[in-house]
Structure formats: C-alpha cells, structure tokens
Ligand binder design. Sequence first.
Ligand SMILES: C[S@@+](CC[C@H](N)C(=O)[O-])C[C@H]1O[C@@H](n2cnc3c(N)ncnc32)[C@H](O)[C@@H]1O
Length: 106
Amino acid sequence: MKNLNGGKQMKDVWLLPAIAPWEKSCGKHPTQKPLRLLSRIILSSTKENDWILDPFSGSSTTGIAANLLNRKFLGIEKEKEFLEISKNRRLELDNKTIFENYKNKL
Ligand SMILES: C[S@@+](CC[C@H](N)C(=O)[O-])C[C@H]1O[C@@H](n2cnc3c(N)ncnc32)[C@H](O)[C@@H]1O
C-alpha cells in the first residue's frame, strides 16, 4: 500500500478520479465502480494468480481489474444484460493494445 502512495502510509480515505468514459466502452451498469478503485483493493489484499470471487459482479469491474493484475476471476450475476457487458469487457482484454492501455491507466 505504501508503494502505491509514494512510500507513505496509505490514508483510510482514498481520493480517486470519477469513473471515466473509456471504462464504459461495453455499456453502462448503474453502480459501476472505477477500475482504479478495484485495482487498489485487489493489490492490497491478493497475490498474483490468486482467485477472486465477486458473487454480485454487475459489469465485472472487479474481474477486469483482476485480469489486468494477473489474478483469476469468478463472477456471478443474475442480469443477462450485465453478463453481456462483462463478457464484452473481458473479450476486449484479448486485444493486447487495449490490455496495455487499460493497465497503464490503473
Ligand atoms: C451493486 S451491483 C455490484 C456490482 C459490482 N460488484 C461492483 O462493485 O461494481 C450488484 C449486482 O448484483 C446483482 N445481483 C443482485 N442479486 C443477485 C443474486 N441473487 N445473484 C446474482 N447477482 C445478483 C445485481 O444485478 C447487480 O448487478
């Protein structure tokens, strides 16, 4: 956590930019979180190759952050519309340019 904060102790209030348009490239979920927020949580609590479960995965921001950070992801979501967004977001990452571009924005 210190490494993510310029060597200083991370505060308990995180100031991050609001969700950006590029994060909604595959459609909108009403409570979608910024990728940066999920990536920070994942980095603070998991190791590479760990499995991460989100049983209410929405548009799978947790999964996208997990895959960008070399973690495995299992999501559960009851709405087909959000599963479709999740699937398309995951497929986007198969494009190396997009993968690197998103990773650099975390
Ligand atoms: C608040 S969103 C959270 C999305 C995501 N975890 C995030 O942090 O951005 C909750 C999601 O859970 C889904 N959901 C609610 N009840 C569910 C259930 N019983 N099984 C699977 N998904 C469910 C909703 O459709 C919604 O997309």
